[in-house]
Design a protein around this ligand. Structure first.
Ligand code: SF4
Length: 60
């Protein structure tokens, strides 16, 4: 399972970073991205996916 943020959908609201700062960070363009080496199985990832107002966090 790969985790990614769809940069077309992400509005840059930063909610995922607030919910799960070990996994998400904002890049220099104001879009969320997955941190290098992050544990994508943390419970807070699921919370971030459910909370993202743009449905931009995708597991595939
Ligand atoms: S919660 Fe969703 S829209 Fe907001 S910054 Fe994170 S990925 Fe982007």
């Amino acid at each position: 399972m790969a985790l990614r943020v769809d940069e077309e959908l992400c509005s840059g609201c930063e909610l995922c970073v607030q919910i799960c700062p070990d996994v998400f960070e904002m890049d220099s363009t104001g879009i969320s991205r997955i941190k290098e080496g992050a544990d994508e199985n943390l419970d807070c990832v699921d919370e971030a996916i459910d909370s993202c107002p743009s449905a931009a966090i995708i597991r595939e």
